[in-house]
Each structure stands twice: as C-alpha cells, then as structure tokens.
Ligand binder design. Structure first.
Ligand code: CA
Length: 247
C-alpha cells in the first residue's frame, strides 16, 4: 500500500517513514502542499495541516475535489477547529500529534476498511470489488493476562501482583503491557519508544530507563525486566528459566 505523506517537518517525517516501512507501507513524502497536489496518486494521504506554502485545509479541499483518496490529517494540539473543518471538507480521520506509529497504522487500516480503499485499481466496470483491509487491526486483548504472580487487565488498565494492586502511571502501564505482549522476547529500545512513546521522539531515551526503573521498583523485583545490553528490554517472570543471562 502506497502512502503519500505531505509533511514539511523532517523530524516528524523521518521516523514516520521508517516506522511505517516496518509495517510494510511504502511512503512517498513531499514537503509542500503544491508538491502534494502534484504528486502521483497514492492509496492514502497523510496530510499535515501546518505546511509552509499553503493551508493544509486548502490542500485537503483540492485533493478531495479531484480524488476519493482517503485522507488522514495530522494535526497539532490546539487545532480542534481545523480538525472539524477538515472532516467537513472530506478528510476521513485525523491524528493529533504526538502519536505512535502503531496507533497510526490502526487508523490507516480502519480508514481503509471504512472507505473500501484499494491499492490503485483503475476505475471502470471491470474493476475488482472492494476487498477487506489487508490485515486485521492491532489485536485488542481484552482478556486479563496472567504471568506468574502478575495480573494485567488491559481493559481496566489494572495490574495486580500476588493479588495486590500496583499503582502505575499511564505510561508505566503502557510500557508493561507492551513488554507483556511477548514475554521473554527482547524489545528494542527504538521499537519501545515508537510504540509506547511516539514515532517522533528525539533525543536521549533516558525517559525509557527511568520508566523501567520505576516499574522494577513497583514490581518489587528488578528481575521482572531484564536488560539486553545495547539492544533493549524484556519481561520475564522472576525465577523462570531464562534462555540466556543478559542482565
Ligand atoms: Ca508542519
């Protein structure tokens, strides 16, 4: 699936292109509204509203006037009014910065499903009928997860250890829930930052270490989260045999 990204900010576009690439999307990127309107057709457009040469809403209006291509607006905080206008102009959805790649991919899949958008099929009577989106959206795990003495309920965002409630900040919960999706697997630092924080997180990733330290403290045993040196972290139940000791 080919995406057209209209975004002037390299710090946002770079990580987005990389992150979306990991999900199998091909991304054509332009920096201005004019280039966006001149770009060849894509299967879906990601449109930043704050562009250097024109108002993103005008780009949205022009795109919609000539094409049914699904449009997801990328908006900054404080652009609520623009979002409403954008949706009225025919945008299909919006993402408010900051957001994670995984969240965006879920939104892309939802919009694609809703609009029945397909990788460019020439219009005409012989065109193939819409097919369902390529893959199911990110799995929503509603059943509580039990890992040894650790109980994680993603629906209520509650964590219990040996039946005792553990108070986590929202980010700590997201980090724990993410690591727990695949216990024992090493999650790379950047992968964690992209998913639990957002794809245009820059600078030192010390905040990740701080959250890992807080989780270890709250879980009462540093062995819950082991460090794969130079790579990332993994969640293991303390006492469980580990394939290799990388602490
Ligand atoms: Ca911008």
């Amino acid at each position: 699936m080919r995406l057209l990204l209209i975004e002037d900010d390299d710090r946002i576009a770079g990580p987005l292109i990389e992150g979306l690439g990991r999900y199998g999307f091909t991304v054509d990127r332009v920096r201005t509204g004019a280039d966006g309107l001149a770009a060849s057709s894509a299967d879906l457009v990601l449109l930043d509203l704050g562009l250097p040469d024109m108002d993103g809403l005008d780009v949205c209006r022009s795109l919609r006037a000539t094409s049914p291509v699904p449009i997801i607006m990328i908006t900054a905080r404080g652009e609520e009014a623009d979002r409403v206008v954008g949706l009225e102009l025919g945008a299909d959805d919006y993402m408010a910065k900051p957001f994670g790649v995984r969240e965006l991919v879920a939104r892309i899949r939802a919009v694609t499903r809703r609009t029945g958008a397909l990788p460019a099929v020439p219009p005409g009577p012989e065109a193939t009928p819409p097919v369902p989106a390529t893959a199911p959206a990110a799995q929503t795990t509603s059943a509580p997860q039990q890992l040894g003495p650790l109980h994680i309920d993603r629906r209520t965002r509650e964590v219990r250890l040996d039946g005792r409630d553990i108070a986590l900040s929202p980010r700590e919960f997201d980090l724990l829930a993410y690591l727990a999706e695949d216990p024992g697997a090493v999650h790379a630092r950047q992968q964690i930052m992209d998913t639990v924080w957002d794809p245009h997180f820059f600078g030192p990733t010390k905040t990740l270490d701080a959250h890992v330290a807080a989780l270890r403290r709250k879980l009462g045993d540093a062995a819950w989260i082991t460090t794969a040196r130079g790579v990332g972290f993994r969640l293991t139940v303390p006492g469980d045999p580990s394939p290799e000791d990388t602490r």
